[in-house]
Design a protein around this ligand. Structure first.
Ligand SMILES: O=c1ccn([C@@H]2O[C@H](COP(=O)(O)OP(=O)(O)O[C@H]3O[C@H](CO)[C@@H](O)[C@H](O)[C@H]3O)[C@@H](O)[C@H]2O)c(=O)[nH]1
Ligand SMILES: [Mn+2]
Length: 344
């Protein structure tokens, strides 16, 4: 029997919510395939591993592959994602020869429909990247593991490095004939990046019903969003993204009201999705809004939080709010991030 497996990767606790929702969603869509999650020993807590092992058939511990060269750091800075220093760990997927065929999915992907047909695609298949369609995006790919390819990739990483500092640059250098081989080119609907949909909005409207996988690329992940008391996701931009709501619907389906609180009380290291128990603190406006460019405004929001009359059992547990403000602030004003953290 051929062993077909969906594989994802978690190198930090901060991506655990993504992996949990992904596994549940794949099952909700009716797949009978095996589900596996790669985890690294350093930044994934044992609490997180327990949760993952309840959702995945296999939780496989792998070494961190860190790209610490100066060039890698420069390239990742160019990409605006210095946090992706460990994504070469994804290369371990190539050496999972205990499986015959793998559909790899980033922890920030969300299947819209059953995608088992991907296992019929040849190795190596991937979909174009929205930023440079002659490169593939490495958040979704189909592969037959091979130790030779794995060691070639490791060698390439140490000799030549990755042009973006992450796995995507390296894989595109290795599979450099990909843009010319149509059999290996998955439709963009298998790796649609709604967070970047502004680049061709009319196409997004025209083809949205054909989307198979949404991929929330970039710094802002679905589990970072605030929600209104009715559970709807709070989105600032006019470019509203329905997929975000679907992601949260899956979260709500599988994790009851008490789950996040329970998790937070047992470990404070997993930044779990912000539960909608908390209403938004203020109506969006330029002067009094969580997303603000001024330190003073952040301070005033902090004051709103600490003195608010919101009645919630966790009213005094302000640490629940803190990550949200950090994240929103980070997204808008990346360069001030560390200053703000210090200030907090
Ligand atoms: O702190 C981290 C960072 C990454 N990951 C894992 O690595 C994946 C890639 O990181 P992600 O934040 O999803 O990157 P993207 O925003 O999707 O950026 C692009 O660039 C990355 C680096 O080349 C590629 O890995 C992605 O597939 C590609 O879409 C995640 O989904 C997780 O599975 C973690 O577990 N913890
Ligand atoms: Mn991703």
């Amino acid at each position: 029997m051929t062993l077909h497996v969906y594989v994802t990767l978690v190198t930090t606790d901060s991506y655990v919510p993504g992996a949990l929702v992904l596994a549940h969603r794949l099952r909700d869509l009716g797949t009978n395939k095996h589900l596996a999650c790669l985890v690294t020993p350093n930044n994934v807590s044992s609490q997180a591993k327990t949760w993952l092992s309840q959702c995945f058939h296999d939780v496989i511990s792998v070494d961190t592959i860190k790209n610490e060269s100066t060039t890698a750091m420069t390239n990742l800075t160019l990409l605006g994602r210095p946090d992706l220093i460990e994504t070469l760990t994804k290369l371990h997927v190539f050496r999972l020869t205990q499986y015959d065929k793998i559909v790899f999915l980033d922890a920030d992907t969300y299947p819209i429909r059953l995608i088992d047909d991907l296992f019929e695609r040849p190795s190596f298949s991937a979909a174009p990247d929205i930023g440079w369609p002659d490169c593939f995006n490495s958040g979704v790919f189909v592969v037959e593991p091979s130790l030779t390819v794995y060691s070639d990739l490791i060698q390439l990483a140490s000799k030549k490095g990755s042009f973006d500092g992450g796995d995507q640059g390296l894989l595109n250098t290795y599979f450099d004939n990909w843009p010319e081989t149509s059999a290996h080119r998955l439709p963009f609907t298998y790796n649609t990046t709604p967070s970047a949909s502004y680049s061709y909005a009319p196409a997004y409207v025209e083809f949205r019903d054909k989307i198979s996988v949404a991929h929330f690329i970039g710094k802002q992940k679905p589990w970072h969003y605030q929600r209104f008391a009715d559970g709807s996701v709070y989105q600032r931009d006019n470019n509203k993204n329905d997929h975000l709501q679907l992601w949260w619907d899956t979260w709500d389906k599988h994790f009851d009201k008490m789950t996040p609180a329970y998790l937070l009380s047992t470990t404070r290291t997993i930044p779990l999705p912000h539960y909608h128990h908390y209403p938004l603190l203020s109506t969006p406006s330029t002067s009094n809004h969580p997303i603000t460019s001024k330190k003073e405004n952040v301070q005033s929001i902090w004051h709103d939080i600490t003195s608010s009359s919101i009645s919630s059992p966790d009213k005094n547990n302000f640490s629940n709010f803190q990550p949200i403000i950090k994240n929103q602030y980070h997204r808008q004003h990346y360069h001030h991030h560390y200053k703000v953290l210090e200030w907090e």
